[in-house]
Design a binder for this molecule. Structure first.
Ligand code: PEP
Ligand code: MN
Length: 355
């Protein structure tokens, strides 16, 4: 059930409904956005909508016939915009490109990559030091050894860092060094991890499981939100199908579906479904065109020597080209690439970009 308040509802009126719900044994969750609403999580079938609509200040009570409540579009119809340090935003009119190598490998190379990513206007860098690999014999990430490199990169570039965590314990190892957490496809249903991230206080990029249904992904996000963290970004990264020409099949329709079902921002990872760098550019553009709020793209100085996912990582040149080609498409979709205002007509790039 979602209780939606009148625009001019007073704090006293809202508190009264909240407290009454608690007295009745429900778990209400309040959110203030363009609309103030209370979601009642858990079973509220015994509650009548009329009972709630009788309270002063309540505009309507909507029964949700869905297992997820906090991620539901009805809870926040205007959409969630995640705000991070330095004015970086994901969602709404801001189209964010998160970029960087699949794995952090060596210090100097990582620093160099960070500078390139910054030069293209991106503001969030991939910073994976723990890697979930299908084979136990493959490179598992540099681990804690890489943390001082992350600090150096942040000090030198001011980029925000997004790192993958695989279990609740790894959160405390990296929390001082990073700005957002990534839940990899293989961990979408790692519920202990999701609950722990719900208490982490930093945005969480939640990737769709290799065979994860959209509903299961929404419920995974509900785990994070119901544990207290409302800053969740959904990421479509390709699903397993019968097709082997690509590594996975990018489920492009998941983007409009998610945009209809949830208020959370939705981004696309074109790298992992492609599996080959030749396809990344087209899939990235497709992601923009179907209404994504951002991308996460793998880029490497020397992909042929990458320690993981070499075939799908873009070269620096390819990444720069992609960023140039994306900008007009992002603008046509009514969004700003990495928060930049598009140049004035006829002004060209020489007129300069403004944030
Ligand atoms: C990654 O981002 O490098 C990664 C391992 O992605 P996924 O979890 O989507 O496979
Ligand atoms: Mn990868």
């Amino acid at each position: 059930m979602i209780v939606v308040f009148e625009e001019n509802a007073t704090k006293e009126q809202i508190d009264k409904v909240f407290e009454r719900l608690q007295e009745w044994g429900f778990t209400p969750v309040l959110q203030h956005g363009e609309q103030t609403s209370i979601a009642i999580t858990g079973d509220s079938s015994a509650l009548k909508t009329e009972t709630l609509e009788a309270f002063d200040g309540v505009m309507k009570a909507v029964r949700l016939h869905k297992p997820y409540k906090l991620v539901a579009k009805e809870f926040r119809p205007e959409g969630t915009v995640i705000e991070m340090e330095g004015g970086v935003k994901i969602g709404g009119k801001d189209f964010a490109v998160i970029a960087g190598p699949c794995s952090v490998e060596e210090e100097e190379q990582y620093v160099e990559t960070a500078h390139l990513v910054k030069k293209t206007g991106c503001r969030i860098l991939r910073a994976a030091v723990f890697k979930p690999r299908t084979s136990p014999y493959d490179f598992q990430g540099v681990g804690e050894k890489g943390l001082p490199w992350l600090k150096r990169v942040k000090d030198e570039t001011g980029l925000l860092l997004c790192t993958e965590v695989m279990d609740p314990k790894s959160i405390c190892k990296v929390e001082k060094h990073v700005d957002m957490y990534q839940v990899g496809a293989r961990n979408m249903q790692n519920y202990d991890l999701l609950r722990a991230l719900g208490k982490s206080g930093k945005p969480v990029l939640l990737k769709r499981g290799l065979s994860g249904m959209i509903k299961e992904m929404l419920l995974a996000a509900e785990y994070i939100m119901s544990s207290g963290n409302h800053d969740v970004i959904m990421c479509e990264r390709g699903i397993r199908t019968y097709e082997t020409a690509t590594r996975f099949t990018l489920d492009i329709s998941a983007v409009p579906v998610l945009n209809q079902m949830t208020h959370l921002p939705v981004i696309v990872d074109p790298s992992h479904p492609a599996g080959k760098r030749a396809y990344v550019n087209a899939l990235a553009k497709a992601g923009v065109a179907v209404g994504a709020d951002g991308l996460i793209v793998e880029v490497h100085k020397d992909p042929e020597r990458a320690w993981s996912d070499g075939p799908q990582q873009l070269t620096f040149e390819q990444f720069e080209q992609l960023m140039k080609e994306l900008e007009p498409i992002v603008n046509v979709m009514g969004k700003k690439l990495n928060g930049r205002t598009p140049p004035q007509k006829g002004g060209g790039e020489a007129s300069g970009w403004k944030r």
